[in-house]
Design a protein around this ligand. Structure first.
Ligand code: ADP
Ligand code: MG
Length: 777
């Protein structure tokens, strides 16, 4: 069955040589009870370990059923221990954090026996050793004799052909010893049992054969055996521990050390908590900054007017610090006037603007000075109206509307249209108080302030009869319809050649070219911090003016004014600039009066300005287009500073993360030391190196994952007090916001880092010599 041929095993420690096995040759029968007697240190355990595949021989050969083990690989030894050998130790070596059943099942767990069968066989084994009534206890609830019975049940559960016992009664009283001996003798009827004992009486009483051992050599053999030459067929089933078993084993172990596990998880989570809080804060601050910026930018667009101020020119005016001694006075244009620059907002320029990257400035509002011929039916009768906010009662004399329109267009505010065609500007900055957002070019809105107050003149100019502080129901305003009449329907030429607005507004309003404008909603700024981006009153789309322009471009009155030097409405003479204004007002000029560009962040604005500067590069002074950067004085410091602070904080938190990783490594290492015995037992039961690594990796996985989740939960809980403090101090609400994606990433990072930290000690554990591991106390 089993044969040792000239087995040698020498230990060399500090120059001295210990011959633990000094040329041992012996053979064992398929079925017998062999007792090995000998003084301490004579090499009995070493021999047993070599026979059981827990230790390697230096030279010689171990034959199993006639087959040499010289070419055995690790996995063959693992399988041999698992399938063919059962070990019983003096100190029982039960795994204390597993139940009795689980201890007995472990060998089968490693070889992948199905659950039901495993359970059945474990139960049978426990019944066989007489523990039927104690099956559901914990190892710690058993007496020494009972624990040894469990160990025996574990050894025979896989029904091995060889049972190896190393002083199994060494720790038991004589009465219990006899019971155990009886049991082992009983088991030896079915298999080969080799038992080391220091008790010659027990050996002689129970064993079939006694081998006396001393100084690594067999001194006497009571019943020697000569092994036949035939080789029996035998096959080894390789073992493999599943990840699930590894996890369960580690989880059980962790469960028995709740306090320490909690401390470990807590300590390791500090790094995660730090990083999570920092990220949450910077997240929120960034959002806050973006929002503030976007609001600031919305009320301070980059503006190009027909007349711009060249601030560079203004700066260059050198001022002397001394008084003049001259006896004369010199006339000069003021610096401010010198800086006046007439912008030619050409189609070229507009095309250039439209090519500006959309992400830098989502919205551009182009205003034209064109007027609109508006009429509204009040009490069944049409009357002219406008969008202006100047007091209509104080405007008198000549065509007041023409005068007003010539300087400010039709009045009201133009809101920009999203360059991708959507209505994002209003939706971003304004909320609807009544009605809905405009959807069409002909939809107009009323802008009210935070107190729902609207400029009284805006309503008066729309034809409402209003008294100061009068309130209106929403539905009195929403749905108001206006007629937008084309020049050709609105102006009639008199025989004298001058033009006059039609007397029959009703007829003009019914003309096919007339458009109907509808007040679709009342809107108000969303943010408490931004005052009106649009003035109180009427607001309409930039596209509406553009459409008016297209309609009136070729109207009779425009054509007439283009030819006439005098005002075609009044017949009066006028200078060139007034004439241009009148022409613009009539819709005869498609040169915009202002262009407003709305970047949403300072960074975007910088890009926009760069883009605008590029247009001017290399151009003659007169062809340059000068913009006004209203937000120019507000700097972008905050953003950069935030980034810097975030990096520093993340770096600090990262250091604590690394620290906690090192801690996990130390904890795993102590756990490895602590569980040395368990590692030995698992190996004796056939666990591979990989399986041992797996057990410890599983443990660090649980710890790392636990630390990650715990850290995230704590960080999330911390955001509440942090936010309430920040809200008290700065007035900003909901600054710390934990991004779920960050949370997931941090849990993964924590898990990976701790596995990495624990992997080295886990590998050390796996490499532990089983024989040495089992000798450890
Ligand atoms: P026994 O079981 O008969 O008491 P052992 O087989 O345990 O004896 O040990 C035999 C000898 O080998 C002893 O002298 C022991 O000190 C030595 N020995 C055992 N294991 C080692 C080891 N890992 N390193 C060095 N010496 C060892
Ligand atoms: Mg020993």
């Amino acid at each position: 069955m089993l044969e040792l041929k000239h087995i040698k095993k020498y230990y060399h420690v500090g120059g001295t040589e210990t011959r633990a096995q000094d040329d041992v040759s012996v053979a064992f029968r398929k079925q017998e009870f062999v007792a090995i007697l000998g003084p301490s240190g004579s090499g009995k355990t070493t021999m047993l370990n070599i026979i059981g595949g827990l230790d390697r021989y230096d030279s010689g050969d171990l034959l199993i059923k006639g087959r040499s083990t010289k070419d055995f690989k690790d996995k063959d030894w693992d399988a041999y221990r698992n399938n063919s050998v059962g070990f019983i130790f003096q100190s029982y070596n039960l795994i204390s954090h597993l139940s009795i059943m689980e201890n007995v099942e472990m060998g089968m767990t490693l070889s992948g026996v199905a659950t039901a069968e495993k359970k059945q066989r474990a139960e049978d084994a426990l019944i066989r050793v007489g523990l039927k009534d104690h099956m559901h206890k914990k190892p710690s609830q058993l007496s020494g004799g009972q624990m040894q019975r469990v160990a025996i049940a574990r050894a025979i559960a896989n029904d091995p052909e060889i049972l190896l016992a190393d002083e199994p009664t060494g720790a038991l009283d004589s009465e219990t010893s006899k019971e155990i001996m009886q049991l082992i003798q009983d088991l030896s009827r079915e298999r080969l049992v080799i038992m080391v004992t220091h008790n010659p009486d027990l050996a002689h009483q129970y064993a079939d054969r006694i081998i006396e051992f001393a100084d690594g050599q067999i001194q006497h053999d009571s019943h020697p055996h000569v092994e036949g030459q035939k080789t029996e067929a035998f096959q080894l089933n390789h073992t493999k521990m599943s990840y699930w078993t590894a996890l369960k084993l580690s989880f059980n172990n962790i469960r028995t050390k709740k306090g320490r596990t909690f401390l470990t998880v807590f300590a390791s989570s500090i790094g995660i908590i730090g990083i999570a809080v920092v990220l949450a804060l910077s997240n929120g601050f960034q959002k806050q900054i973006d929002k503030t910026q976007s609001e600031a930018m919305a009320s301070m667009p980059v503006t190009v007017s027909q007349v711009g101020t060249d601030t560079n020119a203004m700066m260059t005016g050198t001022k002397t610090k001394t008084f003049s001694k001259a006896s004369h006075v010199t006339a000069q244009t003021s610096d401010a006037d010198k800086a006046q620059h007439v912008n030619h907002i050409t189609q070229d320029y507009l095309d250039y603007l439209s090519k500006m990257p959309k992400k830098d400035a989502k919205n551009i509002a182009i205003s034209y000075g064109t007027g609109m011929n508006l009429a509204r039916q009040v009490n069944g009768k049409y009357r002219t109206v406008n969008f202006s906010t100047t007091n209509p009662d104080s405007a008198s004399g000549v065509d007041a509307r023409a005068m007003m329109a010539a300087s400010t267009g039709v009045g009201g505010s133009v809101y920009p249209i999203d360059r991708s065609g959507k209505q994002s500007f209003l939706k971003t900055y304004y909320k609807v108080v009544a009605g809905h957002y405009p959807t069409q070019t002909t939809d107009i809105v009323l802008v009210v302030d935070k107190d729902n107050v609207i400029n009284i003149n805006a309503l008066k100019n729309l034809g409402f009869t209003v008294k100061e502080n009068q309130s209106f129901n929403f539905n009195q305003l929403v749905g108001t319809k206006l007629k937008l009449i084309a020049n050709d329907d609105y102006y009639q030429q008199l025989p004298t050649g001058t033009f006059l607005p039609t007397q029959d507004l009703a007829a003009a309003a019914a003309k096919p070219a007339t458009k109907t404008l509808t007040v679709t909603g009342i809107i108000r700024v969303k943010s408490k911090n931004s005052d009106g981006l649009l003035a109180s009153g009427v607001a309409y789309s930039a596209a509406l003016t553009k459409s008016v322009l297209t309609t009136n471009d070729h109207s009779a009155i425009v054509k007439a004014q283009q030819q006439a030097k005098t005002n075609v409405l009044t017949g009066q003479a006028m200078d060139a600039s007034t004439r241009a204004s009148v022409l613009t007002m009539l819709g005869g000029s498609d040169t915009p009066t202002t262009v407003q560009i709305y970047p949403t962040t300072f960074k975007d604005k910088d890009r926009v300005l760069k883009y605008l500067d590029k247009y001017n590069a290399g151009k003659a002074k007169a062809d340059k287009v000068i913009y006004t950067d209203l937000a120019g004085t507000v700097s972008d410091m905050t953003g950069g500073l935030m980034d810097a602070i975030t990096y520093v904080l993340v770096a600090f938190a990262g250091i604590s993360l690394v620290t906690s990783m090192i801690m996990i490594a130390i904890i795993t290492y102590t756990s490895v030391l602590e569980r040395t015995k368990e590692i030995g037992v698992l190996k004796a039961l056939g666990a591979r190196k990989k399986d041992i690594t797996r057990v410890f990796d599983a443990e660090t996985f649980i710890l790392g994952f636990g630390a990650g989740v715990f850290g995230i939960v704590v960080a999330w809980l911390l955001t509440f007090p942090i936010n309430s403090v920040l809200s008290n101090v700065t007035g900003l609400n909901g600054v710390a916001v934990l991004n779920p994606l960050h949370a997931v990433i941090l849990v993964i990072v924590s898990t990976i880092l701790t596995i990495l930290g624990g992997h080295v000690p886990a590998r050390m554990a796996a490499r532990k010599d089983a024989a040495i591991a089992l000798r450890a106390e």
